[in-house]
Ligand binder design. Structure first.
Ligand code: CMP
Length: 842
């Protein structure tokens, strides 16, 4: 505990240790004040006792010193013990019920290369690689077909395959998810395709030479930016924030992308642009016929894959598609070797032909303005990559019961993209489908992803020859299949997922915007909606965690029964609001409305003291001073004293700079280091009003009689007691001592404190006149469970164990009254604790 003492205006405050030595301007008069450790006065450090004081987990808020008075004046060295043990806010036991939270799981470690069965891993990786190659072919058509000349198509295929190889390699070497598969995917592919289409539209026919270099660099640059973004988000540990991106927003965009993929597939199949528009104007059977080779197998594959969930489904479907389409073309159009020369299949090429474009004046032909104009797409790709990586990993974890480290996997995916960009690749992410298939196939180590990388490399070498046998509608059919899967997944499957149907409505709206106005608009509107959703949901979180009454929630000062009676009857004048979360101007308005209702509620005692506890508050909006000013106006109106507790010192100072001084007794506004000090102060005011704050000056009989089960026998009992005087700071007894007596407090206060290893002291409770201590050791016949130290000069009455035994023999009737007396005191403690619990769970 540290002390803030302003010489100019006299303001004294208990502040946290972290301020020691710092110069802080006084919240009341702006005079600069250096905060000193307790015991340090006028630059002279008094010897401080070493104990470190820690909070104790309990239902109570801890005991309080009287905070209203200048607590650090006129203390001698003996007092320091008490101050340290008692005044530190951290030393006060807290009242909150804490629910044990499972320990944060440790991050998974990197799997070793040969982890799992090599045979199974290789098989799973081969299947994943095969699926990946088919998808890569579809993506290269989606992204580049119609934008690049067919002569440049080898380049398109090879850079997409190179992306898959690079990302698989990085996943194998760096990911901690042993079955993770990564590569270019349909969602990012579709956005890249939109970017490429728009870039392409920027060129006139005469600028054809600029098209490939600009598109190629634009795409690789976006992979690079996506990579850097993912790496940065993961590396800086921002994964936990990414999880707040609303599902409905990303889902709507992804479903919309699905429809756009379907349209792109039809466009590709028909080799004409806006085919749907053409069809809408004039129904053309030929157009439908042109779509059929893509739509029919695509829809069939979709239906089968929806029904059978097996890791072999996709590879088998793709294989059937390839073989079936080849047979179909053979039968219908071009039998025998003529297939290779027909228009139905792609033209063969050699891998090195992909480097053709680079032989020209490549760098000089790049149109950087066009790339800069499409920066919005690049940013959209980065945002979507972060969101989809998070969603995919979450889904993979849910399905595989895995426990992956999102930040690490975001970084790995980022690194994969950067490597992909270096080989002129396209943006990519974790492949959910292939990862799940690998896992279902039994992949258990990075060898699976490494095998997939090898398959991609092999594809780069051989694809030129293989393509001559692949009918052109195959990639279109795959796109139909993937597009339908996206729509079904995000528009269909998610319907049941949302507990609130308005969330689903938002998804549908964003879906429609993406379909009709494009991916960029969908993402933009989605981002704006996401922000609004977060603000509106967060704003609805009740800023008041607990609203408690001082009648049942008392400070940790144990009081005499006569005082307890007064507090039970009049404690309702204290109203405690434990605030939580981030406090906006909006939340203070809600607080004012609630408080006004509570004050005007005639069925309950009218609050005179309102304690606003900020201990669980995570932050305050800068405009909150206005709300607090209104709160004070309300307090003035009803004659209520506002008490602010656990407010960070900086915040108090900032508010003061804005003209709102929190600690302003003249304006019925006070601050205390924590709620327990505040509670004690309020209780003292109520006890003072009823003339029972100080029980001093009365005789032991006066104090004892009202609580003794048989008041008439109280003087007989007193006859057995021995009067003891204890000076401030002296121990009555120490923890572990033999228990030889119990004590009754007639005047003064004592601290009951636990002494822990390493000189640490925890104050459990503070006791005043009319209370007893030391009874546990006597009744359980065990050593002292805690030390008891006089916080003030005390007059105690001592009943020794010997005397108790003597009374037992001589006066069994009196001893049973003593037992009842002790039991009553213990029962009172338990009843108080129960009342607090009840109040908390109300
Ligand atoms: N948590 C507590 N709340 C109130 N009183 C306590 C608590 N723990 C210990 N005491 C008192 O402190 C005394 C320490 O010595 P005893 O164990 O004999 O008896 C104990 C009680 O009277």
């Amino acid at each position: 505990m540290a002390l803030f003492h302003c010489d100019a205006c006299g303001l004294r405050k208990d502040v946290s240790d972290k301020y020691i030595g710092r110069s802080i301007s006084c919240p009341r008069c702006s005079n600069p004040v250096t905060v000193v450790a307790v015991g340090e006065k006028n630059g002279r450090t008094q010897p401080l006792p070493p104990p470190e004081v820690r909070p104790v987990a309990a239902l109570d808020d801890g005991k309080a010193e009287s905070p209203a008075e200048p607590r650090f004046e006129h203390r001698d060295a003996a007092d320091m013990d008490e101050i340290l043990a008692g005044d530190d806010d951290s030393a006060r036991p807290r009242r909150d019920i804490s629910i044990p939270i499972a320990a944060e799981p440790t991050a998974p470690t990197a799997p070793s290369l040969m982890q799992g069965s090599p045979g199974v891993n290789i098989l799973a990786g081969t299947l994943s690689g095969f699926q990946g190659v088919v998808v890569c072919l579809a993506l290269s058509c989606l992204i580049f077909a119609g934008r690049l000349a067919w002569s440049d198509f080898p380049y398109a295929v090879l850079v997409v395959l190179a992306t898959a190889a690079a990302m698989s390699l990085v996943a194998a070497l760096r990911s901690r998810v042993p079955y993770l598969q990564a590569g270019p995917g349909i969602a990012l592919g579709a956005v890249t395709a939109s970017m490429v289409r728009d870039m392409h539209a920027s060129f006139s026919a005469e600028q054809a030479a600029h098209v490939l270099p600009t598109l190629a660099v634009g795409v690789s640059l976006s992979a690079f930016v996506v990579g850097l973004t993912l790496w940065f988000v993961g590396g800086s540990g921002m994964g936990k924030w990414v999880r707040f991106i609303p599902h409905q927003v990303v889902g709507g965009v992804l479903a919309g992308i699905g429809v756009r993929v379907l349209l792109a597939a039809l466009e590709f199949q028909d080799a004409g642009s806006p085919c749907l528009e053409r069809l809408a104007e004039n129904f053309d059977f030929d157009v439908c016929l042109a779509w059929a080779p893509a739509v029919v197998p695509g829809v069939l594959m979709f239906i089968v894959a929806r029904r059978i969930r097996h890791h072999l489904v996709s590879p088998v479907l793709f294989l059937l598609l390839l073989v079936g389409s080849l047979l179909g073309v053979h039968l219908v159009a071009a039998p025998g070797d003529a297939i290779r020369a027909s228009e139905w299949t792609f033209a063969a090429f050699s891998a090195h032909s992909a480097f053709g474009p680079f032989s020209r004046d490549f760098l000089g032909l790049i149109n950087w303005d066009v790339i800069a104009d499409h920066a919005g797409y690049i940013l959209a790709l980065a945002g979507l990559a972060v969101a989809t990586t998070m969603l995919t990993l979450t889904d993979v974890d849910a399905e595989t019961r895995g426990r992956s480290d999102l930040d690490h996997e975001l970084s790995v995916t980022g690194q994969g993209n950067i490597l992909a960009a270096l080989v002129a690749g396209v943006p990519g992410t974790i492949s959910e489908h292939r990862t799940m298939s690998s896992w279902r196939a039994g992949a258990a180590g990075p060898l699976a992803a490494l095998t997939a990388a090898a398959v991609f490399v092999a594809a780069i070498v051989f694809i030129g020859d293989i393509l001559a046998y692949v009918p052109r509608f195959v990639p279109a059919a795959v796109l139909v299949f993937l597009g339908m899967q996206l729509v079904a997944r995000w528009l269909g499957d998610t319907y049941a997922m949302f507990t609130r149907k308005d969330d689903y409505a938002i998804l549908v709206i964003i879906f429609a915007i993406t379909v009709f106005f494009g991916v960029l608009t969908g993402l933009g509107v989605g981002a704006a909606l996401a922000m609004m959703i977060l603000i509106s949901r967060y704003g609805r979180v009740n800023v008041v965690k607990f609203a408690l009454s001082g009648a049942t929630n008392r400070s940790n000062v144990e009081r005499a029964p006569s005082q307890l009676k007064v507090l039970r009857e009049h404690g309702g004048q204290i109203y405690i609001l434990r605030l939580q979360g981030f406090i906006f101007l909006g939340s203070t308005s809600a607080l004012i409305t609630d408080l006004r209702q509570r004050i005007e509620d005639e069925s309950q005692a009218r609050p005179r003291y309102v304690i606003l506890d900020f201990r669980l508050v995570t932050g305050l909006d800068s405009a909150v001073a206005t709300g607090l000013r209104k709160l004070r106006q309300l307090a003035d109106e009803y004659g209520v004293t506002l008490i602010f507790t656990s407010i960070p010192f900086e915040v108090e100072r900032q508010l003061a700079e804005n003209g709102f001084v929190l600690d302003d007794p003249d304006n019925c506004s006070r601050t205390f280091v924590d709620a327990d000090f505040a509670l004690e102060w309020c209780e003292d005011r109520i006890l003072e009003d009823h003339g029972v704050l100080v029980l001093k000056g009365r005789t032991v009989e006066d104090i004892l009689a009202p609580m003794f089960p048989e008041p008439a026998l109280a003087p007989t009992f007193v006859g057995y007691l021995e009067r003891v005087e204890v000076k401030t700071g002296s121990h009555v007894f120490r923890q572990g001592d033999a228990s030889d007596a119990m004590y009754f407090i007639v005047s003064g206060r004592v601290n009951v404190q636990l002494e822990l290893e390493g000189n640490r002291i925890i104050r459990l409770v503070k006791m005043g006149p009319g209370t007893i201590f030391g009874e546990m050791g006597i009744y359980t016949d065990t050593p002292r469970s805690a030390s008891v130290v006089a916080a003030e000069d005390c007059v105690l009455y001592r009943l020794s164990k010997k005397k108790l035994h003597a009374i037992q023999k001589q006066d069994p009737m009196l001893v049973s009254l003593i037992h009842r007396f002790v039991v009553n005191r213990l029962a009172e403690r338990v009843a108080e604790a129960n009342a607090k619990v009840r109040d908390l769970i109300k």
